[in-house]
Design a protein around this ligand. Structure first.
Ligand SMILES: NC(=O)c1ccc[n+]([C@@H]2O[C@H](COP(=O)([O-])OP(=O)(O)OC[C@H]3O[C@@H](n4cnc5c(N)ncnc54)[C@H](OP(=O)(O)O)[C@@H]3O)[C@@H](O)[C@H]2O)c1
Length: 330
């Protein structure tokens, strides 16, 4: 039997996916985000092969379909084409992304802190022509960076960005408004998979500042230092203030803002008591909302799940699909 006869379709009509290369992938971390990514990658098995998965604690009872490692360098030695970073902000994550870029490995990351701190990595990857995407790093499942890119591609000049960008703070503020204690509210955010193991950056405004830094990079081609962006901390506001505002028809929200003017781009993360019918005051739980305004008068408002496994993993998987779509059959 000839080869062509053995196939369901003649060679000249093979779908592109059947000819396109299969990417070997290393997952860095397998917590809230990457456990969802791993499940979603199953559907891409014709294009994706999991080379290894790295976690901090050994997975004795891990799924033995995969090579579970605790050493990031050993994982790189399994020869990946793509690294999907679901690590927290830590030195190991920064080192791993730097190594990936150095070795010409595609990077997809949810790690806004490291991506914001190391603009050089994205610049270097772009120069080398390797993939470097981080849709999930801003807005969880809300396509913030994608919208900024589309507005710019349409010739718009973005002037103003304002929104609730940190799902954890919003979730905690919502519980504080109901009279729930601060520690209990933070624990509930962690249990729901919204907050980091160390939620300090969420509550101090640094997480929102890192997201502003990434939006500023996409919108204004600048790379501000997230730590230099003035930010109000939830630790500095009392439950009494929050409940008092509520009695007066106001709701505290963590509002992140970028404004471009003659004196450059101003950025801030502020806790503001907004009238309860204000669009940002109506953002509930872990939701995010953002308004992007342009010099032309165009204004885009986005709302959606800013954190949690399903929306965040969905954004990572959309980056994977975009990368696969861009890799031509050899
Ligand atoms: N959760 C969200 O809703 C959300 C939304 C947008 C962006 N993000 C970002 O996505 C990233 C991951 O968040 P997550 O919520 O999935 O975190 P997570 O649930 O805490 O999971 C982190 C994973 O990283 C592993 N890990 C931590 N330190 C490590 C090290 N030094 N070496 C090897 N593995 C290490 C952990 O291993 P063990 O399992 O052994 O502990 C765990 O599997 C973060 O950068 C976060 O900011 C999260």
């Amino acid at each position: 039997m000839s080869l062509v006869a053995a196939l369901d379709y003649p060679l000249h009509t093979l779908p592109a996916a059947a000819l396109a290369p299969r990417l070997r992938v290393v997952l860095l971390g397998c917590g809230t985000v990457n456990a969802g990514v791993l499940a979603g990658l199953d559907a891409m098995a014709s294009r994706i092969e999991i080379a290894s998965i790295v976690t901090r604690k050994p997975r004795r009872k891990g799924d033995d379909r995969f090579a579970w490692l605790t050493d990031i360098t050993a994982a790189f030695d399994t020869g990946p084409d793509l690294v999907i970073d679901g690590l927290p902000d830590c030195a190991a994550a920064e080192k791993a992304l730097a190594l990936a870029v150095e070795r010409g490995i595609h990077v997809i990351s949810a790690n806004k802190a490291v991506i914001a701190r190391r603009p050089d990595l994205e610049a270097r990857a772009r120069r080398a022509g390797t993939g470097f995407a981080y849709s999930a790093a801003v807005g969880g499942g809300v396509p913030v960076l994608e919208t900024v890119a589309r507005l710019k591609a349409a010739g718009e000049t973005i002037t103003h960005v304002r929104g609730v960008l940190n799902g954890t703070s919003n979730f905690v503020l919502g519980l504080l408004e109901k009279g729930i204690g601060f520690d209990e509210a933070v624990t509930a955010a962690q249990a729901a998979g919204f907050a980091e193991e160390d939620p300090g950056a969420d509550l101090d405004g640094l997480d929102a500042a890192a997201k502003l830094a990434l939006i500023a990079r996409a919108a204004f081609d600048i790379a501000p230092d997230a730590h230099a962006i003035p930010a109000d901390s939830l630790f500095d506001i009392s439950t009494g203030q929050i409940l008092g505002a509520r009695e007066n028809g106001l709701r505290y929200r963590q509002v992140a803002e970028l404004a471009s003017g003659a004196d450059g781009v101003r950025a801030s993360v502020r806790l503001i008591a907004l009238p309860e019918d204000h669009a940002l005051a109506r953002v509930e739980n872990e939701e995010n909302a953002i308004e992007i305004r342009c010099a032309s008068g165009t204004s885009v408002v986005l709302n959606g799940k800013g954190a949690g496994q399903t929306p965040t993993a969905g954004s990572v998987l959309s980056d994977v699909r975009a990368l696969l779509a861009g890799i031509k059959a050899g």
